[in-house]
Write a protein that binds this ligand. Structure first.
Ligand code: C2E
Ligand code: MG
Ligand code: MG
Ligand code: MG
Length: 291
């Protein structure tokens, strides 16, 4: 007779889900050690202002390099960090590291805004404001160069509380962006009361923008709202020049995506800034042909 000591395994009889379960357990164990073993690091993805054609900001993105599995994508471990209760420690490390990097760039004379993603759990922590203040203070970063990214579903969980917290953060000079805009189910009326600086339109609306009219209508509407409210509107996931032209024509103010650059190590951001030429401009095409 089989032992019932591991009921979850018994409840998932097929081999695939069994190995997925074991894998999840291994990931769990490894995540507990990852912070101490310094296996996390941040990469930065450039954001281009469409009016000036210059890089005006970067988004910090968390990476985990496991000694034997190699690079694990955040989609595979962020939710685990949340459910393991580890997100607050890792999130604090992200805040501090991104603030330190912002300070380094400021000292190097570079004018860059640094975006930092906040997870739903982090956002619900009662001492979040103090933690952010601490990261800024100990790093010496300028609050105005820091932009916190929160998702709309996150902000909508407890709108009154979110409005109060975001208000305090903005009073401290920190910028706020609503991330993945358009894929949640929030009340527009509420969202418009949020004290924010920027809206990031989710990649889902950008990827088919050249062929799906509904996506263009949505992007145009969001852009119009953003302009009326004095917000920056950033299109995420712009991969081609045609997508860039479309979002530009619809009034988007900044783009982020593989067309401008993939997430990269901070040193590579610095060399990108030195050589960057707006994609599609005559100089850029010349450079492309000659290399
Ligand atoms: P996000 O905040 O919406 O970040 C944008 C994601 O889109 C990044 O994926 C980026 O690499 C990807 N991306 C950017 N441009 C393109 C493009 O042109 N094409 C395609 N196909 N993808 C593009 P990444 O780095 O895998 O991160 C995934 C998500 O994980 C992030 O979505 C964010 O929700 C979460 N995440 C990443 N870093 C952190 C972090 O430090 N803290 C928290 N709480 N969440 C994070
Ligand atoms: Mg983000
Ligand atoms: Mg996003
Ligand atoms: Mg997204």
């Amino acid at each position: 007779a089989q032992s019932q000591a591991r009921p979850i395994l018994v409840a998932t009889p097929n081999a695939a889900s069994k190995s997925r379960f074991i894998e999840a357990l291994e990931v769990e164990r490894a995540l507990h050690a990852a912070l101490e073993r310094q296996e996390f690091f941040l990469v930065y993805q450039p954001q281009m202002d469409l009016r000036t054609g210059t890089i005006v900001g970067v988004e910090s993105l968390l990476r985990w390099r496991h000694p034997t599995w190699g690079l694990v994508p955040p989609t595979r471990f962020i939710t685990q960090l949340e459910s393991l209760g580890l997100i607050s420690a890792v999130g604090q490390w992200v805040l501090e590291e991104a603030c330190r990097q912002s300070r380094r760039w400021e000292q190097a004379g570079l004018n860059l805004r640094v975006g930092i993603n906040l997870s739903p759990r982090q956002f619900l922590e009662p001492d979040l404001f103090a933690r952010i203040q601490q990261a800024i203070r100990t790093s010496g970063a300028s609050p105005a160069r820091i932009e916190l990214e929160i998702t709309e579903s996150l902000a909508m969980q407890d709108p009154a509380n979110a409005i109060a917290l975001l208000g305090r953060l903005r009073e401290a000079g920190i910028k706020i962006a609503i991330d993945d805009f358009g894929i949640g189910h929030s009340s527009l009326e509420y969202l418009l009361r949020f004290p924010i600086d920027a809206i990031k339109i989710d990649r889902a609306f950008v990827s088919n923008i050249t062929c799906v009219q509904a996506d263009r209508v949505i992007v145009r509407a969001v852009t119009a709202i953003g302009q009326t409210m004095g917000l920056s509107v950033i299109a995420e996931g712009v991969e081609t020049l045609r997508q860039c032209d479309f979002v530009d024509a619809l009034g988007v103010s900044e783009i982020q995506g593989y067309l401008i650059g993939k997430p990269m190590e901070p040193e590579r951001i610095e060399s990108l800034l030195e050589t960057f030429v707006r994609p599609g401009s005559a100089t850029h095409e010349h450079v492309d042909r000659s290399t």
